[in-house]
Design a protein around this ligand. Structure first.
Ligand SMILES: [Ca+2]
Ligand SMILES: [Ca+2]
Length: 236
């Protein structure tokens, strides 16, 4: 119990908007009986990336999990998910991108999940890409997992200053290995992963729009020239 509390405190600290702390998600400490194996129920579960809302200054990427494992919300053990460990690579095609914050408040996990995030690349710098980022979470009650369903785990919010596409092309291997989901039986397995790219940033006119703007400008010059000439002619 004490161990679990310490873990929650660590996650709580990591969940603060200060990104880039060096703590690691040591799931093996919290699951001493962790057994690496296969998804124990139904189809292989999936961790996937989806696009959230984007604006002229922000792009949001969602990290989501789809599982068909059944969880009973009582204190009996089943195949519900009690922890996730998601190390991902993030790339951008424009400069000036900053991982501004990671929002767990919109997640539809049980409120009893402790969640956190850790930038392991670039000394924790949130503006260096490609970025290696770990998103992690653990249930406070290890017999109260979630599933089946489609769960929003975290929203990654980036600030951008020009038209930008941000991609999460792949997971990366860290000290625990790859992506990992853990069930109430401390059964850890690697889910499928589906990547995505999301675009946003200020809107720049397209070539045809630039053409229209240029044409309008020409008309304006023509009009000014015409009016000036008429005035001159009137004076003479
Ligand atoms: Ca499954
Ligand atoms: Ca249960």
């Amino acid at each position: 119990m004490r161990r679990r509390l310490v873990f929650l405190v660590i996650f709580g600290l990591l969940a603060l908007p200060i990104l880039g702390q060096a703590e690691e998600f040591d799931l093996e400490t919290y699951f001493p009986d962790l057994t690496l194996g296969y998804d124990p129920e139904g189809d292989l579960d999936t961790v996937y990336v989806a696009c959230g809302t984007s604006s002229a200054t922000e792009i949001t990427l969602q990290i989501r999990m789809k599982t068909d494992n059944d969880a009973v919300s009582d204190f009996s053990h089943d195949n519900g998910i009690v922890a996730f460990y998601i190390p991902i690579v993030i790339t951008t095609d424009a400069p000036g991108v900053i991982l501004d914050s990671v929002d767990f408040s919109g997640s539809n996990l049980s409120p009893y999940f402790g969640t956190g995030v850790n930038i392991v690349s670039g000394g924790g710098n949130p503006s260096i890409f490609p970025m290696q980022l770990i998103v992690g979470g653990i249930a406070s009650n290890l017999t109260g997992g979630v599933g089946p369903g489609d769960f929003l785990l975290a929203s990654l919010i980036f600030t951008v200053s020009e038209p930008t596409t941000i991609c999460v092309p792949a997971p990366f291997s860290y000290y625990l290995g790859d992506l990992l989901l853990v069930t109430e039986f401390a059964n850890g397995y690697t889910p499928a992963f589906v990547s995505a790219c999301c675009s946003g940033g200020p809107v720049v006119p397209t070539l045809t729009e630039w053409g229209l703007i240029f044409f309008g400008f020409l008309l304006l010059i023509g009009l000014v020239w015409y009016v000036r000439n008429r005035r001159v002619a009137a004076r003479v």
